[in-house]
Design a protein. Structure first.
Length: 254
């Protein structure tokens, strides 16, 4: 008989996935129901364990209480673009995904006809050659001061999540959202930490398999630039200091 923890975890897997005992049994290629396994009457076979790993990435060691890591994922998760668009000369062009289109991007990520509805252009400068780029509009203030709401980021396609740099920003396409974040990888962990520059937004962890695509931010297009420069700010600060000194001298004389 399997131990209680293993049986509980097996039952939790089925329930979390939303299957009945009969549906789960069919998926795993066993008898008409998983009821006997869940009651401890039938041994959890190697075939069932293998199917759980193959279909749902369930870690066998976790199932038997020997690990806290429920899911096993390969380290080199592929995050390459699902669709690449080209111009009339068969060269990669840059599709622009505005904030409204981004809402439907994860669901249409592999639909070539959906991309045809989006604007695309070629940027004829060397920095945007020999790679696939895509433009995404920034929504929200989680990446201020570097990125403001309404800005555009031009980002280069990534192949593997293992290639990320802690000093870069990335467009991360999840199953239900498109985010712009910094990415951190912790030692001895398969998880990925998404970090906002705005400290009002706490970092949070996700599993690598949740990432459909990833794009490294290369440059940005911003609007509403003002003429205030660092030199101007320093000059204002110096003038304020001079005024304070003058007031202080006046107080001493009095």
């Amino acid at each position: 008989m399997e131990n209680e923890l293993t049986l509980k975890r097996f039952i939790d897997i089925r329930r979390d996935l939303g299957y009945t005992q009969a549906e789960f049994a069919k998926l795993l290629g066993i008898s008409s129901t998983t009821a006997d396994i869940e009651r401890g009457r039938t041994k959890l076979s190697g075939k069932v364990v293998a199917e759980l790993l193959k279909q749902f990435k369930i870690n066998p060691l976790w199932l038997f209480g020997e690990s806290e890591e429920k899911l096993l994922q390969p380290s080199n998760v592929s995050v390459i673009p699902k669709v690449v668009t080209v111009d009339s000369e068969n060269r990669d062009n840059m599709v622009l995904v505005n904030a409204r289109a981004a809402a439907g991007y994860p669901q249409n990520i592999a639909d070539t006809s959906w991309y045809e509805q989006l604007p695309a252009f070629d940027l004829p400068i060397p920095e945007f050659r020999n790679a696939t780029y895509r433009g995404f509009q920034v929504e929200g203030d989680s990446m201020v001061p570097n990125l403001k709401p309404g800005d555009w980021v031009l980002a280069r396609a990534c192949e593997h999540i293992d290639n990320v740099s802690a000093n870069k920003m990335y467009v991360v396409v999840l199953e239900d959202a498109v985010l712009v974040k910094k990415i951190e990888r912790k030692p001895n962990s398969n998880n990925v930490t998404l970090v906002s520059l705005n400290e009002s937004y706490p970092p949070y962890e996700i599993k690598p398999f949740q990432i459909q695509e990833m794009w490294e931010v290369n440059s940005k297009i911003t609007f509403g630039l003002d003429a205030t420069s660092e030199t101007g700010l320093l000059r204002q600060l110096q003038e304020s200091m001079d005024e304070l000194k003058s007031q202080f001298k006046h107080v001493k004389k009095v």
